[in-house]
Design a protein around this ligand. Structure first.
Ligand code: ADP
Ligand code: MG
Ligand code: MG
Length: 476
């Protein structure tokens, strides 16, 4: 077969697109690609499909495989960095002076460093995200960031392949439909959780999903939850407030919430300042971190996911310190790094500020925030940097080369949005799972992928932020 693609005639056939739209939305609902609505985010009485592309998006097979293959290296890197207090202290020293949120996290980190646990179990569920850069006319895989905290859509992306397979069949693209990969991150994430639960070693202890008060994306969680229930592992969902009210540590530092012993705290909330509604929420976070429950992630792994750490890891010679005997691993990881630049005070930072001011379109300015919608682009970079260029305020940010993917036409199915052809670009994520106890690594796997696609009109991304939508790779 010729290189698989969605033919232009089809993309322009308005009548057929309308027909496919209706079929696709039903298929999404019937396959469980679901989200609660904006108007009633805490009720399952009214539910809609989660936003998704009408067609899968072409992704070069070699780059897809590169992202999957490198995942286990990133799992190990996260582990090593999270256990390098000296590196974390230095990497975040300038940031925590000006960024109150990171400083609060770092405070908790310092406190728990004083009271290490014996044989602590480490469980990391992460997602490394990439875009395919086409700036020099050739495609290369470039990392956007690693999410070590609450990496989402491992659940819903289990069900999107069936939607795209169905649509391609209806569109008379049977061969293409066979190319849509199976994907089941939820099972892999649950496998890691189940393994850590077993290592914790108490049959009556439960897994606690730490969740927010607005729970629109609950079905994504439920996929993972239900995999745990299928293994007869009990799951409860609680908020920081619940931990504040009833949580305590016994003399062995076992964590109890509502009278139940907690084996694992799986954070799906707690990555944004506004997630901590009061000082009590911070105290609850500290209690959890001090406990012998498995934290997914623990506070040090949370910090490894900051943009500042990402930028410091990209400095020449740094990866080598984490993999002293593995030049091949270092080369593979480094090949995915885009240009990353420090804005710390001093000559180097001044030079980087000047570079961004000269060509703001070529960079992204990033604060230490998660969840989409926080980055600064283009002319706004100029305004923001002009304002803070001589102030330590700038050290709350890092600068990154802007990745320039080649846009392709697709349709984004989203509640309330009339369907229109849009030039789009995609972001590929690889889910990594890592479990270690003492010196024994018990799981180090890539458990699946996520493709998200957005219109090029938007610089920033994020499905929860209402910009990107769920997609599947059509490997070419
Ligand atoms: P967050 O933690 O908020 O998801 P990201 O670093 O992933 O932060 O940035 C959010 C979005 O901004 C990404 O999903 C992507 O669409 C866009 N973006 C981030 N970095 C770059 C970059 N270097 N080049 C192009 N787009 C980027
Ligand atoms: Mg991101
Ligand atoms: Mg992120």
């Amino acid at each position: 077969m010729a290189s698989p693609r969605i033919p232009d005639e089809l993309l322009k056939n308005e009548e057929l697109i309308k027909e496919l739209e209706a079929i696709a939305k039903d298929a999404a609902l019937m396959n469980g690609v679901l989200m609660r609505t904006k108007d009633s985010p805490n009720s399952s009485e009214t539910v809609n499909y989660a936003p998704f592309t009408l067609f899968p998006s072409r992704v070069p097979k070699v780059l897809f495989n590169q992202a999957i293959d490198i995942s286990t290296h990133f799992n190990r890197l996260i582990d090593r960095v999270s256990h390098s207090p000296h590196f974390l202290e230095e990497a975040l020293a300038s940031t925590i002076k000006v960024d109150n949120f990171t400083a609060k996290l770092f405070n908790i980190y310092r406190q728990v460093q004083q009271e290490p646990l014996d044989m602590a179990i480490m469980l990391t569920l992460n997602r490394s995200d990439y875009m395919i850069d086409h700036a020099d006319g050739k495609d290369t895989l470039k990392q956007i960031e690693i999410n070590t905290f609450a990496a989402s859509f491992g659940g819903l992306s289990t069900s999107t392949p069936n939607v795209h397979r169905h649509i391609l069949k209806v569109a008379n693209l049977l061969e293409e439909s066979k190319l849509i990969l199976d994907n089941n991150p939820a099972a892999g994430l649950a496998k890691g959780l189940a393994l850590a639960w077993e290592l914790y070693g108490s049959k009556r202890a439960v897994v606690m999903f730490l969740v927010e008060d607005v729970q629109r994306n609950i079905y994504d969680h439920r996929y993972v939850e239900n995999e745990l229930w299928a293994r007869n592992i009990r799951v409860i969902r609680r908020q920081f407030e619940d931990v504040s009210k009833s949580g305590f540590l016994d003399k062995n530092k076992r964590l109890f919430v509502d009278g139940q012993e907690i084996a694992i705290v799986y954070f799906r909330n707690g990555y944004m300042p506004q997630n901590y509604k009061s000082e009590e929420s911070w105290e609850a976070r500290l209690m959890i971190e001090r406990s012998s429950a498995v934290k997914c992630p623990d506070i040090s792994t949370h910090l490894v996911g900051t943009k500042k750490v990402q930028q410091e890891l990209a400095r020449p010679g740094v990866l080598e310190t984490f993999f002293p005997d593995e030049p091949e691993t270092v080369a593979q990881i480094r090949a995915t790094f885009a240009g990353l630049y420090s804005l710390d005070m001093g000559e180097e930072g001044d030079k980087n500020v000047a570079m961004a001011l000269a060509k703001p379109d070529q960079y992204v300015l990033k604060p230490q925030r998660e969840g989409g919608g926080n980055n600064i682009y283009g002319d706004e970079i100029r305004c923001v940097l002009e304002r803070m260029k001589n102030s330590t305020e700038r050290t709350a940010y890092i600068l990154m080369n802007k990745i320039q993917p080649k846009p392709i036409c697709n349709y984004l199915c989203r509640e309330g949005d009339p369907l229109k052809p849009k030039m789009c670009c995609s972001e590929l994520g690889a889910f990594g799972v890592y479990v270690r106890r003492g010196t024994e690594v018990l799981m180090n796997e890539c458990v699946g992928h996520l493709l998200r696609t957005k219109s090029v009109e938007h610089a920033d991304g994020g499905v929860a932020a209402g910009v990107a939508v769920l997609d599947n790779p059509l490997l070419i």
